[in-house]
Design a protein around this ligand. Structure first.
Ligand code: HEM
Length: 405
């Protein structure tokens, strides 16, 4: 089996989270290799064939897969990400019941409305787009979920919610702040969930996300632990606000390609392939993690029960065997070919009803499509970037120089 060059690759991975696996794989001439990461021998994989194996539930499990620092910040403990089999499917069904086309429409309408309200409220001038989109999406997501927030609460919740995905993996101090933010948020939501349970049930009660999650019954008839219910509510709020990262990348693409921006203004049919190419081309979620459920062989490598495995999402979206000229931003590619569910994996692969693929993919796409016209209007006269470089050591990556609207 191929092995990474260094005795321990944790620092290499942290120094270049989006390229470490694919560059090592390229160097070693293998789609799967072993590296020592966070004190464990870890199998790293990339490519569509690897994704197909990774999303085979009979071979991999998610229990105890994510490291504690990820659970304490990004995911939360006891959430859907850590479940397997029937327990996972039931929890996932609850979340998917809150992400139907009707919910997606409601959330996108709120996002557009809050974009316009924020435009009125905020001082016109050069505003950092990332923070602007975060405020808009926090207000939209909280209102959609049934959380009534004062302006002050919305500000402080936005800060805490953003830290869960933006500060978790950016050094010790931001990480500690992200842990505190999760504690604060879970505590606040636990209280709301418990109060919701005390309200008299009525078929007329609005089925908000807060209500559905608070009153969800498990297979044995019991409610979710209040803390776990809070984690699941955050599993809807946090990533909705994280769509702000894609809003920034849409702006980056528009500023980098004035001809594409021009076409987007006049050709509605170009919007869907543009959004897909933004999700393929730009770095966001680098990799997903699981553990081997039972021994098996694949690509000449022995996968041993209990071993940790990483699947490189970014590298698969840039794999030259799937994508012609993968380092070129080209929405046309999505007009020519529809990739299968293991080739195009910005939000995971496989079937979202059965496996761990992101249940928020349709909402993400809808939000991006709905906010794109606002973005085209708000960006200053499109010209070449002062500095188009990307900080890909950051997690999540962002433009080196903040984009303003
Ligand atoms: C902002 C853009 C988003 C990106 C890049 C993203 C990416 C991902 C990725 C890579 C996974 C892991 C897949 C796996 O473990 O195999 C995931 C899972 C998940 N995502 Fe998203 N996501 C986004 C938006 C959303 C939205 C809008 C929601 C819901 C409102 C959402 C809810 C979830 C949940 C609940 C899971 C766990 C699913 C499970 O374990 O079964 N995500 N996402």
């Amino acid at each position: 089996m191929a092995h990474a060059r260094d005795l321990d690759s944790t620092l290499d991975l942290l120094a270049d989270p989006y390229h470490f696996i694919s560059e090592s794989a390229e160097e070693l001439g293998a789609d799967v290799f072993e590296a020592r990461i966070l004190l464990e021998n870890t199998l790293c994989m990339r490519g569509a064939a690897a994704a197909r194996v990774f999303y085979d539930e009979s071979r991999f499990s998610r229990e105890n897969a994510a490291p504690e620092p990820v659970l304490a910040t990004l995911f939360g403990k006891g959430g859907v990400q850590t479940l397997d089999g029937e327990a996972h499917r039931a929890r996932k069904a609850m979340l998917l019941s809150l992400l139907t086309p009707g919910h997606v429409d409601a959330m996108t309408e709120l996002a557009v409305r809050h974009w316009d309200i924020e435009a009125e409220r905020d001082q016109p001038g050069a505003r950092p787009l990332y923070e602007y989109a975060q405020r808009v999406l926090t207000r939209a997501a909280c209102e959609w979920a049934g959380l009534l927030l004062s302006d002050m609460e919305a500000e402080s919740h936005a800060e805490d919610l953003v830290r869960l995905f933006d500060s978790a993996a950016r050094g010790i101090r931001p990480h500690v702040r992200a842990r505190r933010s999760r504690k604060r948020l879970e505590e606040g939501l636990r209280g709301l969930i418990e109060s919701e349970r005390e309200l008299p049930g009525s078929p007329q009660a609005e089925q908000t996300a807060l209500r559905v999650i608070a009153t969800h019954r498990q297979a044995d008839g019991s409610y979710l632990e209040p803390n776990v219910a809070a984690v699941e509510l955050l599993n809807l709020l946090r990533p909705t606000i994280a769509v702000s990262v894609y809003v920034v990348w849409m702006a980056h693409a528009i500023q980098s390609h004035p001809e594409i921006a021009e076409r987007l203004r006049h050709d509605a049919g170009y919007v869907p392939p543009f959004v897909q190419e933004v999700r393929r081309y730009y770095p966001f979620f680098p990799a997903v993690v699981a553990r081997v459920r039972k021994d098996f062989q694949w690509a000449g490598v022995k996968f041993e029960r209990g071993q940790r495995v990483l699947l490189d999402l970014y590298g698969t979206n840039h794999d030259a065997r799937i994508w012609a000229e993968p380092e070129t931003f080209n929405p046309e590619r999505f007009l020519q070919k529809t990739p299968d569910e293991y080739e195009f994996v910005p939000q995971g692969g496989g079937d979202m009803q059965i496996g761990h693929r992101c249940p928020g993919e349709n909402l993400t796409i809808a939000l991006m499509q709905a906010l794109l016209p606002r973005l085209l209007d708000a960006l200053p006269a499109i010209g070449p970037h002062a500095d188009p470089s990307i900080d890909a050591q950051r997690l999540p990556a962002l433009p080196t120089r903040p984009i303003k609207i």
